[in-house]
Design a protein around this ligand. Structure first.
Ligand code: IFM
Length: 442
């Protein structure tokens, strides 16, 4: 494999998952702080109060990135750190944190990719309905503009939203994520307003005319395949494909929501107003692909969505996700074939395994090493066939707060001993570092 010279080799994280100190230095409360402090929401009652203590140990974490030879790092900004009430009053100390982080990344030759929204809405905005309120799109754009003005001279790669599908489906429809709602109407509104907010943020960046700035959206994607030739299985696979892979990208690139999903949701169709789709179609510079697994689907009248996933004979991660590297190739090819020449980044790809420290104080994780290698091979296959792939970010730089699963799922390249906050590079981290070094030497 010979990836292009300017390929970005990175790792990704998100604010609430790693930072800890969620209320420090004048930060406002986020919906994840409130949700994780609600009994019964998170496995083992875990919270992000300390997480990886990155808010205080960020210099050490950048040092680890440097040692691994990463030339890029994707992180997110905690909206409520910089705007404690979500809008209006700016908290300079919150902004300073991200200013310093970016400065030291750049001093170490590490290109920052900043995600503006990785799920931690300021709680004050949730009190006004959150994303289910159309106003939230404008609040998001104001916040985005603040960040562009603060960091735009140094940050050239911006992602508006991380996985809006997960926000809509797990946050507003199924209640497993903050804000913990189970309301199909609110979910549908939230989805549409996320898209509007995304587009208004893109327009805010364009209006500032910052040289070299690029902006995109990060989506969770994966093949949704029928379990058989049976037309009913084919139909549910198509529905899921449209729902997961096209629901947020079709509006941006085609100007409409996918038809099969619209028919399925009936009266709960998104509240599209005249002119919305034109705004949502504001051109973007890249698509971020978060790829983990595929689903094989069969029709099942007794299941909530009329379908069930059919377990496959294959290795599964601790999340219960099938390891299916070929799906990365399939999804990259599908994106390129469907939405054209837009550049792509793999903004997340990774696996949780039951890592432990051995008697030598090391973490031997051959399954993760093989996971990364096999996925890079599939990414390279797509690249060789003309897919404009620009970078790969492993999820995650370090073990962290895996949302409703708390600290029980370890995705990191760095093992985190949550008692001492010691970071220990896993075997996969050494492998990835070596792979990057080889690529950069070619
Ligand atoms: O930890 C998450 C991340 O926040 C978003 N994408 C999937 C990861 C693993 O579940």
């Amino acid at each position: 494999m010979r990836f292009p010279k300017d390929f970005l080799w990175g790792a990704a994280t998100a604010a609430y998952q790693i930072e800890g100190s969620p209320l420090a230095d004048g930060a406002g409360m986020s919906i994840w702080h409130r949700f994780s402090h609600t009994p019964g929401t998170i496995l083992n009652g875990d919270t992000g109060d300390v997480a990886c203590d990155h808010y205080r140990r960020w210099r050490e974490d950048i040092e680890w990135m440097r040692r691994l030879g990463l030339n890029a790092y994707r992180f997110s900004v905690a909206w409520a750190r910089v705007l404690p009430e979500g809008r209006g009053r700016v908290n300079t100390k919150g902004l300073d944190f991200y200013q310093r982080l970016v400065d030291v990344l750049l001093q170490n030759g590490i290109t920052p990719m900043v995600t503006l929204y990785h799920w931690d809405l300021p709680a004050a905005l949730q009190d006004e309905g959150g994303w289910a309120n159309r106003e939230c799109a404008s609040w998001f754009a104001e916040y985005a503009e603040l960040m562009f003005r603060a960091l735009g001279d140094r940050v050239k790669l911006w992602a508006t939203l991380n996985e809006p599908w997960v926000v809509m489906a797990l946050g507003y429809l199924m209640g497993q994520h903050a804000p913990g709602m189970r309301d199909i109407g609110a979910a549908s509104r939230a989805g549409h307003h996320l898209l509007l907010g995304h587009a208004l943020a893109v327009q805010a960046l364009r209006a500032l005319d910052i040289p070299g700035a690029q902006i995109g959206i990060v989506t969770n994607l994966g093949p949704q395949q029928p379990a058989s030739e049976n037309p009913q299985d084919q139909a549910v696979a198509l529905l899921w494909h449209q729902f997961i892979n096209q629901y947020f990208l079709d509006p941006i690139f085609v100007g409409e929501y996918p038809q099969t999903v619209l028919s399925f949701v009936g009266e709960f169709a998104p509240p599209v107003r005249s002119g919305d789709m034109e705004v949502i179609q504001t051109p973007i510079d890249f698509i971020g692909v978060n790829y983990y697994t595929r689903n094989v689907l069969a029709y099942d009248a007794d299941s909530p969505f009329g379908s069930r996933t059919v377990p496959q004979q294959a290795l599964h991660t601790e999340m219960g996700w099938e390891v299916y590297p070929q799906g990365l190739y399939e999804i990259l090819k599908w994106l390129h074939g469907t939405y054209g020449a837009v550049p792509l980044y793999i903004t997340e790809n990774g696996a949780a395994f039951a890592d432990t420290l051995n008697e030598n104080g090391e973490v031997d994780d051959p399954l993760r090493e093989e996971y990364i290698r096999a996925h890079l091979e599939q990414a390279y296959r797509a690249l060789e066939e003309g897919v404009p792939l620009k970078g790969y970010f492993y999820w995650s730089l370090m073990d962290n707060f895996e949302w409703a699963f708390g600290y029980s799922r370890r995705f990191g390249l760095l093992y985190v001993d949550f008692e001492t906050q010691r970071r220990i590079p896993k075997r996969s981290a050494h492998w990835y570092a070596q792979f990057i070094a080889q690529q950069r030497a070619i």
